[in-house]
Design a protein around this ligand. Structure first.
Ligand SMILES: [Zn+2]
Length: 873
């Protein structure tokens, strides 16, 4: 019980300090301690002398404990939200979706009852502000006069930053129940939308683990087990993705269902509530450079305005904080940045705590950091944002409207138009179409144009002539209200004002999706036509023959078809080279399914499943080909169905494992078995013909893996696992840089500052490099002759005598983003993907993780090819 006594002592110390301070006077404004953060009876009090509507339930009356005493389970947060909505006409609750694990996702909207009664009308008027093409000056004045401003508060996108959710509960109660005249006045001017839990699966993983680990009382010792989560931790969602990188790509149930709810509201301020390392001071925005060049000054000015008010609130209470550091505004997938592209002022807030802090953590000899304190600081900042927005209601609304106008003004000054060939693979076009539609970006089919722009290729910026205009292209222009997001997503080069970034520096969607497309920065006026979304249609059934089914490997979803073939237990062949049958060509790697070899299977059901994912199926009338070997030839080898072991748990990177898991489970489903590292020794490896090692994986028994490969297995390894495979399985010598070594020896000649600068230059912060694909290699099926690939870190693959390089970084590799000249030279010509034969088996290595954040669809196809074609190589 010693620990609970310490906590008790600490609250006594605080009371004593408050009493002492009350006895002194410190200038005209009184003692700062009189407004100390923690009034023992009213820990969550933003305004003095607050009173509360007794009809509105307190958190304790519903969830059974005071906010900050324990972690509140997600189901209790949902119950509390619903109880609030039932008790007062200030609150409405809406469910907007569910997490992968089927937990409800929801918002509480809190405002003056008169606003709540006309929410739809408020939102509709607000959305009018987001299109300067139809908004008149009079209408703007009218809306600015009558509409409230809108604040959206997002809590707990990271599961184990759990004080955020507690702050959400406290903020909801304050806004729903306070009868303080100031709060009531603010709610006339502001609609507050609270998303109490963006990542309920991660949060539930955390709370469940914590409750299973702690004793009766929290233990503030730094050594306590309750602050050391086991792999994979609970920051991430079910598939171990960081949802705070997914706001842009929408690969996950949570982000995908949130964005439509968000865009219906289009708030003017978005706050993303986080926690950071326990010893750091409270952080509130603005953040640090680099800012994307697509964030206008008007938005930046407002970041400052909010920051200034926060500082006042914290100063008044004598609290420590930091601001304007560390967190940049470059990568657009964050909760603080993506909302900026939807017109909001986006800010991040971080309290020191995190999963390490548990319920209580010894901070110093005199202080224990409690969950209550962490939640309280977030509560203060959230209330500060509501208050500031209320004070600047009309100006905020006008700024919001101006943002969309500025996007169009910028397009007039510096045009950008993207043309995407409409004969790209339908699945990839459909992904682009989806991405645009979800974000409110207009995309249409070209029907007419004026001007003679220079159209450049995304591959090398070379002039592509007139040909793109003849490819019936889809058009995306920056000359639209969402123009700033269009630039951010599609501009050929990221402008980076400051190379010391927090995250990746390039992400162009055209390159990542591997679309054939062009851009122009010339003035170019186009007419377009909207078409229903491409790619939703069933795949076509072509031909009427009965000899074999042939499925073209050029189709992006070919790996999913192999997954379906495994489900239906089919006998497959794969075309060893291009084959032409019934007048139609099929790329190497295409699947050939002879009816006679599959009498056991329900081929009709298989064809139905394949068409349902949008893939075309050809019914060949003959085994005779017009080009390439006959369908039954040995050259069109049997393709064994993949039996995949996907290795998880320490030391694999949780993100990399999660991405591989999601890829095989959701994105292109193929049956697999996830196996823990420490169980691998007990597994009969002969049951599997593919072992997938995510970044960081490192099986203990390299000999066993080598023997298994020699006997015919395919090992697919990424990142540091690829280096492990190179050394431990293939015995390839590590890459050596003799010149580099010499240069490194001279580093001591640099001054401290020069050396720091050099450190920044030597980082490889996620640029996109161009890799040239060997299109004759069997693993390149369905790929263009180049790929743009995100590279993080210095890792380069070695080559041995048996190595085939499937894709190699170009001699001038940098396509987009930040990379020093020196690093470009070091990467030039090295393998991005290498294939080695070993005995009867194969090892396929990827230098960098192509599954990063799940949006590099073409590079991910190469990984999937290694998995599905490996056993047939
Ligand atoms: Zn966080």
């Amino acid at each position: 019980m010693a620990y609970s006594r310490r906590i008790f002592m600490r609250s006594r110390i605080r009371i004593a300090v408050a009493a002492l301070a009350a006895a002194c006077t410190l200038g005209a404004h009184g003692s700062p301690w009189s407004q100390h953060a923690h009034h023992p009876d009213r820990p969550f009090e933003y305004l003095e002398n607050s009173s509360y509507d007794p009809k509105v339930p307190t958190p304790k009356s519903v969830i059974g404990h005071e906010v900050g005493k324990y972690f509140t389970r997600h189901a209790d947060i949902v119950r509390y939200a619903e109880a609030l909505a039932e008790s007062t006409d200030r609150v409405v609750v809406e469910r907007y979706g569910q997490s992968w694990q089927r937990r409800p996702l929801m918002t509480l909207t809190i405002s003056d009852p008169a606003n709540i009664a006309r929410l739809d009308e408020i939102y509709e008027a607000n959305r009018e502000l987001a299109d300067p093409r139809t908004l008149s000056a009079d209408r703007l004045d009218e809306i600015a006069e009558h509409n409230p401003a809108i604040v959206w508060l997002s809590f707990n996108v990271h599961g184990n930053e759990a004080s955020a959710a507690e702050a959400g509960i406290a903020t909801a109660y304050e806004l729903a129940a306070s009868t303080h005249p100031d709060v009531k006045a603010w709610l006339k001017d502001v609609v507050v939308v609270i998303d109490p839990m963006l990542n309920p699966d991660g949060h539930s993983r955390y709370v469940s683990w914590f409750e299973n680990t702690m004793g009766v009382e929290p233990n503030p010792s730094h050594d306590a087990a309750e602050r050391r989560e086991p792999w994979p931790g609970s920051r991430t969602n079910h598939y171990l993705f960081d949802l705070n990188r997914d706001w842009l790509w929408l690969n996950h149930a949570e982000s995908r269902s949130r964005l439509p709810a968000y865009r219906r509201v289009l708030p003017h301020l978005h706050i993303d509530v986080h926690e950071q390392g326990w010893s750091r001071p409270f952080f509130f925005g603005p953040g640090d450079t680099p800012y994307s060049a697509n964030i206008p000054q008007s938005t930046k000015d407002w970041l400052e305005l909010y920051g200034d008010h926060n500082a006042e609130i914290f100063d008044k209470r004598g609290l420590v904080y930091s601001t304007k550091e560390r967190f940049d505004y470059l990568y657009p997938g964050y909760g603080k940045v993506l909302p900026v592209y939807h017109g909001a002022v986006g800010l991040l807030t971080e309290k020191g705590g995190h999963s390490f802090a548990g319920l209580a953590l010894e901070f110093s000899d005199h202080e224990v950091l409690t969950l209550e304190e962490r939640a309280h600081h977030h509560f203060l900042i959230c209330m500060s944002y509501v208050e500031t927005t209320a004070k600047h209601r009309e100006a905020q609304i006008r700024r919001f409207a101006k943002y969309f106008k500025e996007a169009m003004d910028k397009a007039a000054e510096s045009p950008l138009t993207i043309l995407v060939a409409s004969d790209n693979d339908p699945a990839l076009i459909s992904k682009l179409h989806d991405l645009c539609r979800e974000h409110g970006i207009e995309i249409g089919l070209l029907t007419g144009y004026e001007g003679r722009p220079t159209l450049r290729s995304f591959r090398d910026n070379n002039d592509a002539g007139r040909q793109p205009l003849r490819r019936a292209p889809w058009v995306i222009s920056a000359n639209q209200p969402m123009g700033f997001l269009v630039r951010t997503l599609f501009e050929p080069e990221t402008y980076v004002e400051d190379k010391d970034t927090y995250d990746i520096t390039a992400w162009n969607a055209i390159v990542a999706f591997g679309l054939e497309a062009w851009y122009t920065t010339d003035e170019f006026s186009v007419e377009t036509m909207n078409l229903p979304k491409a790619g939703d249609a069933l795949g076509e059934l072509i031909g009427e023959g009965d000899v074999a089914l042939v499925i073209d490997a050029a189709q992006h979803k070919l790996p999913s078809v192999v997954g379906l073939a495994a489900k239906h237990d089919l006998f497959l062949r794969r075309a060893g080279s291009t084959v032409r049958v019934d007048g139609k060509s099929f790329e190497k790697g295409s699947l050939i399914i002879h009816r006679v070899r599959n009498r056991h299977a329900d081929l009709q059901a298989f064809v139905r499943d394949v068409r349902a994912i949008g893939v075309d199926v050809h019914r060949a009338s003959t085994g005779v080909t017009e080009e390439g070997p006959v369908l039954g030839a040995n050259a069109n080898d049997r393709l064994p169905l993949p039996k995949i072991a996907l290795i998880r748990n320490r030391p694999a990177s949780l993100l990399s494992y999660g991405q591989h898991w999601w890829l095989l489970d959701v994105e292109q489903p193929i049956p697999y078995t996830a196996i823990d590292h420490d169980h691998l020794g007990n597994v009969d490896l002969n049951q599997y013909n593919v072992i997938v090692l995510p970044d960081g994986a490192r099986p203990g028994d390299a000999d066993a893996i080598r023997d298994w490969v020699r006997a015919g297995g395919t090992l697919v390894a990424t990142g540091s696992a690829a280096i492990w495979a190179e050394r431990s399985v293939l015995n390839i010598e590590a890459v050596k840089d003799p010149e580099d070594l010499e240069e490194r020896k001279k580093l001591h000649e640099l001054s401290f500052e020069e050396r720091e600068q050099r450190g920044v230059e030597d980082r490889v912060p996620g640029p996109v490099l161009r890799a040239i694909v060997d299109t004759t290699h069997p693993l390149s099926a369905g790929l263009p002759d180049w790929l743009g690939v995100i590279v993080r870190g210095d890792r380069r693959l070695g080559v041995g005598e048996s190595t085939f390089v499937v894709a190699r970084f170009d001699s001038e590799p940098l396509l987009n983003g930040v990379m020093s000249e020196r690093n470009q030279q070091r990467f030039a010509g090295t393998p991005m993907c290498a294939h080695d034969r070993l005995g009867r088996g194969h090892v396929v290595r990827f230098a960098h993780d192509v599954t990063i954040r799940g949006f590099q669809h073409r590079p991910m196809r190469l990984l999937l090819n290694a998995i599905v074609y490996g056993p047939g190589l």
